[in-house]
Ligand binder design. Structure first.
Ligand code: F6P
Length: 371
């Protein structure tokens, strides 16, 4: 029987849903019944720490090198219950202009005899996959990111679990906020995309939601807060995306510079807003940064299912040799889309149809015509 070797890696920020995808990549590739149908025996190598695991690989001592682990159904049996990634991850780009080691990585792929590489990641990881595809590597992408900012897919692994974290934490904050008549500004992740803040805010019933796609006016925030208090509210929950900024202002960063994917280290806007509100309105205001709590913990049911479907679909594409594509969920169906066509693009909130820019909240009308 023909043999074929697949490498699988997880890159960029971790999140819930990666391990279910890994499990189903391995189980589907090594499914004995499917093996006979396909006439191909697949072998799957787990590459550790994202693209970094492909630097400096010795094809003879794969395991000893510590960067590569042969996977099988027994190894991955329980993985779908766990958060994070059993393979480890990194924000390492072989195409980093300051230290380009893409040739080395391409050589490792060749030395390892990988007939296909499945990359599970967000915009950074999948952009790297696209660049290797241009150089003739057989890649398949699986979309993951709690930011949900990858275009042409309605779902990215980790998003739903992160939303559940936002809702759970805000439920906790409500009791303490109410007891003290305080305002809580809750900062979510999301980078330039407001999906997490918007959907998280809608799900938990936040009073105000601030997203990067619409620059806010702090005067309007204060006005809304004061209006709420006048109508008798005891406390307010304000959700702000880490990338949100005031009109005429800039994003708040934790530290200057960018990582190897070219991303800024955003963070701190929640506290800035809390101080502004307290200074202007005199209402006690606290801020909470949900930060990596949104990425941690066990995957929710939806991420387990989507990880499973994406993992299976990725192997279907390998079998059909439809390389250079990303599996995706679109209009309720699992399908695939060329990586090249999403290169360098982001999926952002459409303010006109999805945001109420007057009350800084979710949309107030959904069905706009009679269809
Ligand atoms: O890409 C996901 C993300 O969670 C962003 O929303 C956030 O800005 C970033 O990762 C934080 O990453 P790090 O793990 O490098 O702090």
């Amino acid at each position: 029987m023909k043999k074929s070797r697949i490498g699988v890696l997880t890159g960029g920020g971790d999140c819930a849903g990666l391990n279910p995808a890994l499990k189903w990549v391995v189980k589907t590739a090594m499914d004995e019944r499917l093996e006979w149908e396909r006439g191909i025996r697949y072998e799957v190598l787990g590459i550790h720490d994202g693209w970094k695991g492909l630097l400096d690989v010795d094809p003879v001592t794969l395991e000893a090198a510590g960067h590569i682990t042969p996977l099988n159904s027994d190894v991955v049996r329980t993985w779908d219950r766990y958060g994070g990634t059993m393979l480890g991850t990194s924000r390492f780009s072989p195409f980093d202009p300051k230290n380009d080691c893409s040739k080395l990585v391409a050589r490792s792929i060749e030395k390892l005899g990988l007939d296909a590489v499945i990359a599970i990641g967000g915009d950074g990881t999948l952009s790297i996959a696209t660049r290797f595809a241009r150089e003739g590597v057989n890649v398949i992408g699986i979309p993951k990111t709690i930011d949900k900012d990858l275009p042409e897919t309605d779902y990215t692994l980790g998003y739903e679990t992160a939303l559940n974290v936002i809702v759970e934490e805000v439920d906790r904050l409500r009791t303490t906020a109410g007891s003290h008549k305080r305002i809580f500004v809750v900062e979510t992740m999301g980078r330039e995309a407001g999906w997490l803040a918007l959907a998280g805010g809608e799900a938990c019933g936040a009073y105000i939601i601030l997203i990067p796609e619409y620059d806010f006016s702090i005067d309007r925030v204060n006005e809304l807060v004061t209006e709420g208090r006048r109508s008798g509210t005891r406390y307010e929950i304000i959700i702000v995306a880490e990338g949100a900024k005031p009109q005429g202002g800039t994003e708040v960063v934790k530290k200057e510079g960018t990582d190897s994917f070219g991303h800024k280290a955003l963070g701190g806007v929640g506290e800035v807003i809390a101080q502004e509100i307290e200074n202007s309105t005199g209402i006690e205001t606290r801020s909470v940064v949900l930060s990596h709590l949104q990425r941690g913990g066990a995957p929710c049911a939806y991420d387990r299912r989507m990880g499973r479907y994406f993992g299976i679909a990725a192997i279907d594409l390998v079998v059909k040799e439809k390389f250079g594509n990303m599996v995706r969920m679109k209009n309720g169906k699992i399908s695939y889309y060329p990586l090249e066509k999403i290169y360098g693009k982001l999926n952002l909130v459409d303010v006109a149809t999805q945001y109420d820019s007057d009350r800084y909240n979710g949309r107030r009308s959904i069905i706009r015509d009679d269809k």
